[in-house]
Design a binder for this molecule. Sequence first.
Ligand SMILES: Cc1cc2nc3c(=O)[nH]c(=O)nc-3n(C[C@H](O)[C@H](O)[C@H](O)COP(=O)(O)O)c2cc1C
Length: 329
Amino acid sequence: MEGVIDVITRDLLTARGGFDWAVTEFVRVTDTLLPPRVFHRICPELVHRAETSCGTPVHLQLLGSNPERLGDNARRAAELGAPCIDINFGCPAKTVNRHDGGASLLKTPQRVEAVVAGVHRALEGSGIPVTAKLRLGFEDKRLAVACAQAAEAGGAASLVVHARTRREGYRPPAYWQWVRRIRQHVSVETVVNGDIWTLEDYQRARAISGCDHVMLGRAALADPLLAARIRHWQATGEHQPPTRWQDRSTILKEYAYQASQSVPEKVVVSLLKQWLNIMRQHDRDAAERFVELRRIRELSPFLQTLNPSDHSEREEKEEAFTALQTDRQ
Ligand SMILES: Cc1cc2nc3c(=O)[nH]c(=O)nc-3n(C[C@H](O)[C@H](O)[C@H](O)COP(=O)(O)O)c2cc1C
């Protein structure tokens, strides 16, 4: 997810379990063959067999509209070690759509097919699959099935369908029943995506769409233990307790620690606020903390406010240690 799921986030989230694979932010392809460093910047995992530290495969996403150039870049990504090339047909950003990428291609199913076919041809013989990430349409859903069929005809090995049109943005609801309709008209595996925030949403999304698998978007950030909770339920039928603030703040702190090795602290704070902003929409503790945290610009006070109990715990330990030293003297 562009701007919110980078290599550190992928690593921290997949380490908590439950993910079969992750996807990079998109690599934007215009009319050139991009140098390897661009692929390595967006997918640093390429140097580690394109897996996160815990071994979860990372698929590389391309965004663009020129079938030949996308093909050239897909081939390069595959040579660099990408295990799967995903094509973005969902991005709603105006600048992207003005340049004819992302969701704007959904206006013309033939173009969806041409793009997927361009990449599929380029990857022929490599054993690397191409997949498509679709929305239900641009303005409306009239071409939803046609676009999915076009992606399949172009050679997509599987589809992920974000169950909204571009016009519907990210607003609830997600129309999971439309994914069922799509499934009835394609034979490749189709994964449902959109508005899956809880285990119960996961169960309903599967029941309504008929899909075996789901993709988590914002909820992966909002509840870093959701994927593991779903996995646990699949294995045991048990419902684990809700994720505690402690677990959420821990991952934020881990992110802060790792990101601050390579990014200025002020940028780390704004990235943390962005993450917390997604968390707060579905968690009362995160919402409360956000009110206090949104004005803080420096990393150290930010982290202290994130989890004041840590701070007082540390102070208590320091006081106890000082007392011990004094006693000894
Ligand atoms: C900030 C943000 C960035 C996103 N970037 C991408 C992206 O680069 N590629 C992509 O396929 N989808 C992207 N998406 C869409 C998500 O993958 C997902 O389809 C969408 O958020 C719906 O799922 P959700 O309701 O579970 O979040 C992005 C979504 C958000 C909110």
